[in-house]
Ligand binder design. Sequence first.
Ligand SMILES: Nc1ncnc2c1ncn2[C@@H]1O[C@H](COP(=O)(O)OP(=O)(O)OP(=O)(O)O)[C@@H](O)[C@H]1O
Ligand SMILES: [Mg+2]
Length: 246
Amino acid sequence: MLLEISDLSKRFGGIRALRGVDLTLGGGEVKCIIGPNGCGKSTLFNILTGVLRPDEGKVIFDGQRIDGLAAHKISRLGIGRKFQVPGILSELTVLENIEVASTARATLGGLWSTLFSGGDGSVYRRHLMDADLWKYADQPASELPHGIKQRLEILMLVARGSRLLLLDEPTAGMTASETNATIQLINEINAETGAAILVIEHDMSFVRSIGRPVAAMIRGRIVREGDYDDIQADPEVRSAYLGERA
Ligand SMILES: Nc1ncnc2c1ncn2[C@@H]1O[C@H](COP(=O)(O)OP(=O)(O)OP(=O)(O)O)[C@@H](O)[C@H]1O
Ligand SMILES: [Mg+2]
C-alpha cells in the first residue's frame, strides 16, 4: 500500500472532525472521498499534508510514518495537494507556472527546453494539449477561465513530481464540460505517470462519471467503501445527503 491511514481522530474544541478514519490507497490507485459539508474531508487532507497533527491514529506513506511531520517534509516525500481555491501564480503564464512547479523537482530539470525537445517535458505538453491548456500557454494565469486554472494547478502537482495527488473538490464551480475535461485529465495523469490520486468530491455525479472506487465519509468516519452503485444505494449515505439538503 502506498498510503495507510489508521484510526485517525481530530477534535477542534467540542467538534469531533475525524472519529477513527481508516483508509488505504495502493500505488497507482485513484479513489474518491465523498461526504456532506463539514464531515471532515478537508481535515483529513490537512493531516495528510502536515498542516494539522492528528490527536490519535497514524498515517504511513510509502512505508514511512508521516503524521505530525512538517508540511514541507511531507511535500518533499511526494505528496502534492490541490486546495479548494486555485493556488496558481496569477502574474505568470501557464508555461511559467508549470516551470516553477517543476523546479521543485530535481530529477526533471530544464522542463522549459524539454517541453519542446521531446524529453520528459513532452508528456506535459501532451497533458497541456489534452487539458485544452496548450492554447493558453503564453497567457497570464490570471486571465484563464476558471476550469482551465483548476486544471493547470493539477498539472503543476504532476510537474512537481508528486507520487500522491490530493485533490480537494477539483471541479467546484465548473461547468459540465469543464468537469468532464478534468475527469479525463485525472485519468490520463494516473495512466501516464502512475501517480496515485485521492479526490474529495461533494458531487455524486462526478463520482459516477469518473468510475473509480469511492469511500463515503459521514460525521468524521468512513462509513462505506465501494463503487458508485454501492455508495448510492447505501441507506446511511442516502440519508446523510438528504438530511443535508433538507
Ligand atoms: N481549523 C479548524 N478549527 C476549528 N474547526 C475546524 C477547523 N477545520 C475544520 N473545522 C471543523 O471541523 C469539521 C470538519 O471540517 P472540514 O473542513 O474537514 O469538512 P469538509 O468535509 O471538508 O467540508 P466541506 O464539504 O464544506 O469542504 C467542521 O465542523 C469544521 O467547522
Ligand atoms: Mg472541505
